[in-house]
Design a protein around this ligand. Sequence first.
Ligand code: 1PW
Length: 207
Amino acid sequence: YSNEIGKRGNMETVADAFKGLAATVNSRKPQVTVKQFSDACSLFSGLFGILDTSFKFAKMDYVGKLNDLAAASRSISTLEEMIDKDIEAGCVKKYGSHTRNLLKVKQGLEMIKVLCEELLATEGDDSLKDAATKAYNQVLFPHHQYNIQKACATGLNSLPSKSLVLLLLGEAEETINVHLQSYVTASTPVIAYLDKLFLSKNLGIDW
Ligand code: 1PW
């Protein structure tokens, strides 16, 4: 892995895409396309690279859900339309529906947000494992079945050091905090928009 000077790190790329999404959701009548959302989420490719060594099942699950949203984006314009179609078809809460996959990806985005906040609040090389465990327990653990919780605990324990992760993401120690903060700032209105969207359809967000 090279960390060339001047190359953009993965977290910076993600943060910029979420700034674009934030601008969309902050507009007066937000029309968030499935494509803009799934493209932005797919930029977590560096993160998926790291999950590949620590817990491949997590990577495969997210990649599967994002591929489903990317496929939906070819025939459906906005996220709201996508949910409406699932409601009409009577499959909105069914396993594997676009809407359910969207909710699970949103929960992943929330976990990453808390992870970034924890990393900003701590220092040191053990901080990644601690921060990821805290973020997982707070955000995803309550939504997961027992066997997944156990597998995640194992995966979290085998996460590499923060400095190796920065190298894998192509991020520099000196600037990572700027990019973590950008993602926190940009993802906040995006997550709030998605929560509001689910609640406006009376779907709830705790499933
Ligand atoms: C784009 C965001 C990437 C976030 C990476 C954070 C990694 C945290 C580890 C999550 C582990 C997921 C393992 C899969 C569990 C599935 O059972 C679960 N999926 C999710 C994304 O929570 C529920 O999906 P399912 O099986 O009910 O469709």
